[in-house]
Design a protein around this ligand. Structure first.
Ligand code: 3PG
Length: 213
């Protein structure tokens, strides 16, 4: 099974910012896996994202741990050295896409316009991040975009929560939904690992319901 299929099967991707990776990365990885969500996008919005990626992989070796908010080649190099499984960028940077492809790591660039989709097509990409989803037109824009570009699946992030997850994930164009709602600063800073596991379980339940119903 390729990485796109694995992520699609899980259906949700926690978008994480860790201020204290040494303290929090391992328990967080365990909490996500216990909730049936063995995947994470660890963002470079906080220093030490590469440390967090390494510690999460060490704790749960089968987990898919990607790097998010990747803005530079240096970030890609750090993510690769830490053992990241995939790269996510907020926008479409052709140089970074080419660099990731050269390095052989999956990349999900942020795309929200027909122009972005055209650019992504040239690189043979199959799955795109759609960011920021709600603020860019939400599901109705994603559906409208899939008419001329039926070859892409998207991972929307930005404004997704337990309230609208079912609506998004029910659409066949959606590969998985990303979000920070199950890994908020409050939950992480206060070590609420059981709550994180619970939110993951609820998310997985919604994904199952949407796909079976
Ligand atoms: C991202 O980078 O994907 C988003 O910041 C996540 O958005 P959310 O915090 O609204 O879930």
């Amino acid at each position: 099974m390729d990485i796109n299929q694995k992520i699609s099967e899980i259906g949700v991707v926690p978008v994480i910012k860790l201020s204290n990776p040494e303290r929090d990365a391992a328990p967080l990885a365990k909490a996500l896996c216990a909730g049936g969500v063995p995947v994470a996008e660890v963002t470079f919005r906080a220093a030490g994202a590469d440390t967090a990626i390494r510690l999460m992989k060490e704790t749960c070796p089968d987990m898919l741990v990607g790097a998010g908010t990747v803005l530079t080649r240096e970030h890609v190099d750090k993510a690769l050295a830490a053992g990241a499984t995939f790269i996510v960028t907020p926008g479409f940077d052709p140089e970074l896409v080419a660099y990731c492809q050269e390095k052989g790591i999956a990349i999900y660039p942020g795309c929200t316009t027909p122009t972005d989709y055209h650019a992504a097509l040239k690189f043979g990409l199959k799955v795109l991040k759609f960011f920021p989803a709600e603020q860019s037109g939400g599901l109705s824009k994603i559906k409208a975009m899939s008419a001329p570009f039926p070859m892409f699946k998207v991972m929307p992030t930005g404004g997704i929560s337990l309230k609208n997850l079912k609506e998004y994930i029910s659409a066949p164009v959606i590969c998985a939904c990303g979000g920070s709602y199950m890994v908020t600063a409050d939950l992480i800073e206060n070590g609420k690992w059981d709550e994180i596991t619970d939110l993951c379980k609820k998310s997985v339940e919604i994904v199952k319901e949407a796909r079976n119903g």
